[in-house]
Design a protein around this ligand. Sequence first.
Ligand code: PLP
Length: 383
Amino acid sequence: MRLSPSVEAIPRSGIRAMAAMAQGRPELLHLEYGEPNFFAPEAVRRAAADALLAERMVYTPTEGPAALRQAIARKLARVNGVAVGEERIFVTHGGVGALFASLASVLGPGDRILMPDPCWPNAVGQVLTLGAEPVFYPLEAATGFMPEPEAWPVDERTRAILINSPQNPTGVILPRPMLERIAAVARRHGLWVISDEVYDQIYFGERPVSMLDIYPEGTLAAYSFSKTYAMTGWRLGYAVLQPGMQGHTTKLVESCYSSSSMVAQVAALAALEQVEPREIDAMVDSYRQARDRAMEQLRAAGRHRYTPEGAFYLMLPVPQGLSSDDFARMLLEQKDMVVVPGATFGRLADREVRLSLAAGAENVVEGVGRWLELSAELGRAAR
Ligand SMILES: Cc1ncc(COP(=O)(O)O)c(C=O)c1O
């Protein structure tokens, strides 16, 4: 019997494939996972533990409890500089759930969506699952991984644009003038912008601007507790929808997973209300330190190309003539380190491998050192 062709069309995750190759080898240097190397703050864990002992864990409202949505609205005003009523906030199963709630609320079979290449692959998988068609716009190292919105091929089937800032896998942040150029294209053609802002609080310079601020009438934004609070396993995020959309998205989310986990929602409320900004700053500082040291190392070796401004990733080039899969395998076999082949993120990114800056500065420095070594060895062999 036939399996779903739209699911069959989703490429296998290169991150999982690398992890499978590295399994059972604890001596390897792991730079593949996009995961903070911290516990969630103590207030979060304590609130969840107390609630588990004191309360029955039951279904919650599909869109999330009012108290949590109100706390999220306050956070959006304080952190992101956007005023959004609680009725526009939809609590979801992780940032990935927020992305799905947004995409599935507006896309249908045959619709086209402009998406970055490279792109976080789960977003591509969601679009394919919906029977929609990703149309990729290039982000290239030579232009600092910045898009050129005026060149995007918009046609009568195009419904939406996906952006992600700070970006996985490049670490690039889209500055305000770029968001304005993207908004101009969206306005001209009447397109939704799905703005993946799950790394909104992980940045090393100026605060990233939210697309909600630039294109308020057409943006659906996705956020998460995973990265800011080191809560990847708690699976909680939220979407900011347009006014009047809640009933529509409720039908969708109710059909998929009823409601998000209640204990995770208790933990998320504690994260918003009890975690001191300095606890978040300390985690971000550790990623910044890893980034800064990697940049120094690359500059010293004459191999610096760009500086990631947020999220916790760094793209490094693959030597001429090799695919990213081949090079990642060589790094594993010859240098005992695990990275993600760029091909996981798209066709153009096959010239890159991705390192996580969340693995601790010492590990990142070691990893960049091994990448420099192998690149130099292959360069000598090719001459
Ligand atoms: C760009 C991007 N969007 C969304 C997500 C999903 O976040 P979550 O783990 O909260 O589902 C991730 C996670 O890695 C991500 O990198």
